[in-house]
Design a protein around this ligand. Structure first.
Ligand SMILES: [Zn+2]
Ligand SMILES: [Zn+2]
Length: 363
């Protein structure tokens, strides 16, 4: 959990005088003022951030409190613990026994906004955290897993019945994240200068607290690299990640059933900084082709007239392994099943074929 760096937001040094800060603030406020940047969400956020930074740093008391919180953190106070309690006081256990709640409380009461002085409650933390900590949207838990490979991608494809029965290959199009090829993932327009990302202060992450959790997310501006340029890559808008559609040859297992899922390693997403691609999952939708499948048995409907069923006849039937001539006995009734052993679908695991059934339908 890190605290916003108000100095770098204003672009001033830690020893900046009141006049220096005022001048820096005026310059930035002018640059990012919403009136001058209509509809620009980024400029609006920036403008808010600048105002917040100036509000704290220009006020002697708030600035001192801000320094105290920063100092407490640098001495090891874990603010995420403060977030987990609902109202209990938590003391900083280091030298001097600083009570972080006193700092936060004092700080908050100096800010206005509904705090009751001297009373620690959950709501206060919320406001304090909103005030001093960076903003964002996924949980710290996700971040802790710190994936070195990209996310998995799932693609559904529809294949003909015959292909499912025989097995084979097909080519699918996989939309996925890739390292931008224009900027090689740097997010910077080729040739442009690169500097520390002002959104995350170079940490590559932005954080804030919400609903009792520390929320932690890769910085959207620099994509986690901590560096960004004023001139963003024209293809990926500075994220370093671009979408691509990759054609991938997929093996269709013999006997694959409707809804079957296969995993193909290292064909999923990959973003800058990751060591490899996530997995690709392919889910098969098998067209019925006029057949019905039950486990590995295949059912084929055979329509006969009353006369044909009464007399019996020879008929050509398309089984899974090719056409056969089948004898329909005399006096065959509606719904009768005629079995052809070992001519059904191949079981994906055992490799054993099911049976083929002709289901007689008498009109
Ligand atoms: Zn790019
Ligand atoms: Zn950043």
């Amino acid at each position: 959990m890190s605290i916003k760096d108000y100095y770098s937001i204003l672009g001033v040094g830690k020893q900046a005088t009141e006049d220096q800060m005022k001048s820096a603030y005026r310059k930035l406020a002018k640059q990012y003022h919403p009136d001058l940047n209509p509809g620009n969400k980024q400029a609006e956020e920036k403008f808010k951030e600048i105002n917040e930074a100036y509000e704290v740093l220009s006020d002697k008391k708030k600035r001192a409190q801000y320094e105290q919180v920063k100092e407490a953190q640098s001495r090891g106070y874990d603010f995420s613990n403060a977030r987990q309690g609902t109202g209990q006081r938590q003391s900083y256990g280091g030298s001097g026994g600083v009570d972080i709640n006193d700092i936060l409380s004092g700080m908050f009461s100096g800010m206005g906004g509904g705090a009751k002085k001297g009373k620690q409650d959950f709501g206060q933390f919320e406001n304090i955290f909103d005030m001093f900590f960076d903003n964002n949207t996924s949980t710290a838990r996700e971040e802790d897993a710190s994936p070195t490979v990209g996310d998995d991608v799932t693609v559904r494809i529809e294949i003909p019945f015959a292909l499912a029965m025989s097995g084979g290959e097909t080519i699918i199009k996989v939309p996925r994240d890739a390292v931008c090829d224009r900027c090689s993932g740097t997010g910077t327009e080729p040739g442009a200068k690169v500097a520390t990302c002002t959104t995350c202060g170079g940490r590559g992450k932005i954080q804030y607290a919400q609903g009792g959790f520390i929320i932690n997310k890769t910085c959207p501006r620099c994509g986690g690299r901590g560096k960004a340029s004023s001139l963003e890559c024209a293809r990926c808008s500075g994220s370093g990640t671009a979408r691509e559609t990759q054609k991938i040859r997929v093996k269709v297992p013999q006997g694959v059933f409707d809804g079957a899922k296969i995993k193909i390693k290292a064909q999923g997403d990959m973003r800058p900084g990751q060591q490899g691609r996530g997995s690709l999952y392919v889910i098969f939708k098998v067209e019925d082709g006029g057949y019905t499948r039950e486990n590995d048995d295949i059912y084929y409907p055979l329509k006969l007239t009353k006369k044909q069923a009464e007399k019996g006849m020879e008929v050509k039937v398309p089984t899974i392994t090719g056409g056969i001539i089948m004898k329909v006995p005399a006096k065959t009734e509606n719904g009768k099943l005629l079995r052809v052993k070992g001519r059904g679908a191949v079981n994906m695991k055992s490799g054993i074929r099911g049976d083929f059934y002709v289901k007689v339908k008498v009109k």
